[in-house]
Every structure is written in structure tokens, then in C-alpha cells.
Design a protein around this ligand. Structure first.
Ligand code: FAD
Length: 481
């Protein structure tokens, strides 16, 4: 008799309520991960996420070995694989952490049915959110569609529980060892070409990497977070998003860690408050996804269904994806995304606004690109945030608020250091001109070695013309609704 732990988006040992419940059940424990690309329905992982997943699984496998927990990886339909594994392990109970996108929770329901029919008990836990998405409610009982009341309501529910300790060898009674496949055999990592070199330089996926990254953030980034979190030229945010996405760290670990940092004088109350509010936005996205399962494909505000998007011009879409729009902050952002799999929040907003409003391309096109290229591509956050920028979402930025990429660059990257880091062909331009090279005097451009149209593109659209076009499109929508 044994307990089967099915790891999914909770790739950690510390503060893992699912693992802790299995280990304290008194049963020997066997752990499993299934790479399910066989069940039809769920959106396939993007390329950057696949790379992250492979690294995170290797790290989890090594950590399980260290504590003597048998861990196997299999590939195939979850419904078949979990039932088979439960039978092989002689499991009387299966434990897993809940998932919140409808296509994945439908799979979980089907697996549960299959296991129950075989007499295997299922226990599921919340390992990735501060609150269950359905727990926070409007007074009327329905979903909350505006962030501030959502977050106020969530905060009246008391302090999130303290994190659970990381299990040690002595806590484990090992169950049977299951056969499985090598993680390399899942084909998650690129081979030819191996484009992941720049990701490897920036990231150390896995729980150990996550714990170190949290400590670094507490020591170096949290102080001043409230003031500097909008500055892409500074290392002022936590970069926890891929860790949270794959569950290498839990939000409640972060919630409590920042308080500890404040007590040790490493941050102010304002920094802690602001950071927790950002975790709140993540919670709000999951609340929305729970209540509106089509968030990544359908306009939250239905009136946007009639929005007159342009058919995407291939050359515009390509210029945006490659960071060749001629707007330095947009190009720096898109190249940061391509090389590192991550993008600063302020710049996500700028590049998304550029696609949606300057190029008039449907937000879903951009959401899809982010899904493929972000290491933190997240079912809830990506969809909710794209809709937020598009103006079609819940509590969204009004459509008529169009970001001016030049002014945004000057405000949030005042010395141009962020642009210099990712657009080397502009690196010699002085700060005064770096966000608008088309305005720079000829001698400045010559001294910096920049020739528009040759060494760096001319702007692919005139922002002011594009802005008027977007506002006219929005006016049509307003008139129609
Ligand atoms: P920090 O500032 O350190 O914040 C800590 C954590 O809070 C983050 O890791 C994240 O989990 C959460 N958070 C922060 N800002 C937001 C926000 N605006 N909305 C929701 N949660 C937030 N985030 C993703 O995790 N995955 C995505 O796929 C994703 N796609 C986005 C697409 C667009 C167009 C935009 C505008 C934003 C998107 N975001 C997404 C939200 C946000 O940009 C990232 O979470 C953040 O930049 C991650 O960096 P960080 O971990 O250093 O954030």
C-alpha cells in the first residue's frame, strides 16, 4: 500500500502541502510527473516554457533523490498514466495540487473519476495561490471584476498560513520505484539550433535556484521596490514569475519572506505592501480565469468582439517580434524577451500597447507570441494582462490611453541604459536622443555610428498617426455599442 504524489505546477519540496500531506499519511510515498502532450484540449506549452520545465524537472528529480523519495517521469495521457502508476505502486491514495485553467482541471476531474472507480482515494490541495479563486467573493456572491475591491476582500480573510517546512530524508518512507523515461527523452529542449544558450546564462531553474533568487531579491532588490519597480534599467523586481509559474516557490513563502526582510531592516512597509499587491494581481488573474475560463481567447468585455482590428501585416508583426520597429524601447523589450525569455512589466505594457494600438493588431496575436517566448507564460496572468492593455479586460486600462513609446522610454529608462543593453547598435547615442534617434542631429548620429534605415530601422509607423487611427477605431466601437 502506498501514496502516489503527482507533481504538476508545484515543482518544489518546500511549502508543498500536497507532498507534506502524503508524507504524513503514514503510507510509503512514490512521486510522479507526467508530460501529457497526448490529451487533446489543453494549450501546448510554449518553447521557452518547455525549456524551463526540463530544467526544473531535473532539479526536482535530484532533490527527490536527496531525500530518498522515488520519483519517475512519464509521457502520455494523464488519465491512463496516473491510473497505471497508481496500480503499479499499489497506491490507496493519490495526492496532487490543484490546477485552475478549465482544460487542465477537466483532466484532473477525469483522472479522479478513473482513480475512484479503482478504489483509489484522491486528495487535492492549493499549492500555488494565496486564496482559492472562488473563495474571494463580491457581497452578492459573484466574481469581483475590479482589482481594488477584490484585493480588499482577499485581505479581510486573514494572513496567509505560514509556509510548511521542506521535508528531510527522515520524513520519507519510500514507496515503490516506478519505471519512467529520462527527462531528456521528453524532447523539451531545443537541439538544432540550440537557442537556449542565452536562457542558460540568465536563469537557474529549480527550487534551489529559486531559494537563492529569493534571498538575493530580499537583500538587493526589495528595498526601494515600491519606487523602482517600474524601471527596466534597474534590477528592481524579483523575477519570481517563472518560479511561481512552475511552482518552484509558493506565493505564501514570498508573502512571509518579505515581512521577514522588513523586520530585519531590509525593506520598508511600503515596499512590502507594494510587492504583496503585485502578488495580489496574480491572484486576481486566477480569480478572473476561474470565472471566465476563455480569458485567453475571448474578450472579457464582449463589446470588443466588434473591434476593427487590422489584418496583421506580416512585415509589421515580424518587426515587432524581432525588435525592429524603430522605437528603441519597444525593440529593447522584444529583444530582451527573445534572448532571456522574460520581460520587465513596464516594457510588457509598452510593447503590448504598441502591437495593439500602434499596429492595430489583435491582442490575441501578441498573447500567443508571449505564450511561446516567455519562460513565465502563465494561463491566467498572460491572458488577463493582454486584455488589460487592450482595454477589453476586467478593470482594464481604458483603450484611449495609448502609450507613447518615446515618452515611456524617456520616463522609465532615463539614461537609456536599458536600450543600450539590448539594442547595441544604438549604444553610442547620448541619453537625450536614444529614445528618438530620428530626431537626433546628423553629427550626433554620425558620431554614434547610426544610420536610420541601415544600421537601425526607421520607425515602422508614425506614432501620432497610428494613435489617431487607433482612437478612430475605438470611437467606431463606442458608437456601435
Ligand atoms: P515582481 O514585480 O517582482 O512581482 C512579483 C510577482 O507578482 C510576479 O512574479 C508575478 O507573479 C506577480 N505580478 C507582478 N506584476 C503582475 C501583474 N501586472 N499582473 C499579474 N501578476 C503580477 N506575468 C506572468 O507571470 N506570466 C505572464 O505570462 C505574463 N504576461 C504578461 C503580459 C503582459 C502584456 C503584461 C503587461 C504583463 C504580463 N505579466 C505576466 C505580468 C507581469 O509583467 C509579470 O508578472 C512581471 O513582470 C514578472 O516580473 P517579476 O517576477 O520581477 O515581478
Amino acid at each position: 500500500r502506498s501514496a502516489l504524489v503527482w507533481f504538476r505546477d508545484d515543482l518544489r519540496l518546500g511549502d508543498n502541502p500536497t507532498l507534506t500531506a502524503a508524507l504524513t499519511s503514514g503510507l510509503p510515498v512514490t512521486a510522479l510527473y507526467i508530460f501529457d502532450d497526448a490529451t487533446p484540449g489543453p494549450r501546448a506549452l510554449g518553447a521557452a516554457s518547455r525549456w524551463w520545465l526540463a530544467q526544473s524537472l531535473k532539479s526536482l528529480a535530484a532533490d527527490c533523490t536527496k531525500i530518498g523519495l522515488p520519483f519517475a517521469v512519464r509521457r502520455g495521457s494523464a488519465k491512463t498514466m496516473v491510473a497505471e502508476a497508481a496500480e503499479e505502486a499499489g497506491a490507496e491514495a493519490a495526492f496532487w495540487s490543484r490546477r485552475y485553467s478549465a482544460d487542465l482541471s477537466n483532466i484532473d476531474a477525469a483522472v479522479e473519476e478513473e482513480l475512484s472507480a479503482k478504489g483509489v482515494r484522491v486528495e487535492s490541495f492549493n499549492a500555488s495561490l494565496l486564496r482559492e479563486p472562488w473563495e474571494v467573493k463580491a457581497k452578492t456572491g459573484g466574481p469581483l471584476k475590479v482589482f481594488s475591491p477584490y484585493w480588499r476582500a482577499a485581505n479581510t480573510m486573514g494572513e496567509p498560513a505560514a509556509p510548511l517546512p521542506r521535508p528531510k530524508k527522515a520524513d520519507v518512507i519510500a514507496g515503490p520505484t516506478l519505471g519512467g523515461v529520462e527527462i531528456e527523452a521528453l524532447g523539451l529542449e531545443p537541439t538544432t539550433p540550440d537557442w537556449a544558450g542565452s536562457l542558460r546564462e540568465v536563469w537557474t531553474p529549480g527550487e534551489t535556484g529559486a531559494v537563492e533568487a529569493v534571498e538575493r531579491f530580499l537583500e538587493e532588490g526589495l528595498k526601494g521596490y515600491a519606487e523602482n519597480r517600474d524601471r527596466p534599467d534597474m534590477e528592481a523586481t524579483s523575477r519570481m514569475s517563472p518560479r511561481l509559474r512552475f511552482g518552484e516557490v509558493s506565493p505564501r513563502q514570498l508573502w512571509h519572506a518579505v515581512e521577514r526582510a522588513k523586520e530585519e531592516g531590509m525593506a520598508t512597509s511600503r515596499d512590502v505592501e507594494k510587492f504583496r499587491t503585485e502578488l495580489g494581481w496574480r491572484e486576481f488573474s486566477y480569480h478572473l480565469l476561474h470565472h471566465f475560463p476563455d480569458l485567453s481567447t475571448r474578450n472579457f468585455q464582449e463589446r470588443f468582439d466588434a473591434f476593427p482590428w487590422s489584418p496583421p501585416k506580416p512585415e509589421h508583426r515580424r518587426a515587432w517580434r524581432k525588435g525592429l520597429t524603430g522605437y528603441p524601447i519597444v525593440d529593447a523589450g522584444m529583444r530582451q524577451l527573445w534572448t532571456t525569455g522574460w520581460l520587465h512589466n513596464r516594457v510588457r505594457m509598452i510593447v503590448a500597447s504598441f502591437l495593439i494600438k500602434d499596429l492595430l493588431i489583435d491582442w490575441r496575436d501578441g498573447e500567443d507570441w508571449f505564450w511561446d517566448t516567455l519562460v513565465d507564460a502563465d494561463h491566467a496572468n498572460n491572458a488577463a494582462s493582454w486584455q488589460w492593455v487592450a482595454g477589453s479586460g476586467a478593470d482594464a486600462a481604458p483603450y484611449f490611453r495609448v502609450f507613447n513609446p518615446t515618452l515611456q522610454g524617456q520616463k522609465f529608462d532615463p539614461n537609456g541604459d536599458y536600450v543600450r543593453a539590448f539594442v547595441p547598435e544604438l549604444s553610442k547615442l547620448p541619453a537625450k536622443w536614444i529614445h528618438m534617434p530620428w530626431e537626433a542631429p546628423g553629427e550626433v548620429m554620425r558620431a554614434a555610428g547610426v544610420t536610420l534605415g541601415k544600421t537601425y530601422p526607421e520607425p515602422i509607423v508614425d506614432h501620432y498617426v497610428a494613435r489617431d487611427r487607433a482612437l478612430a477605431a475605438f470611437a467606431k466601437l463606442k458608437a456601435a455599442s
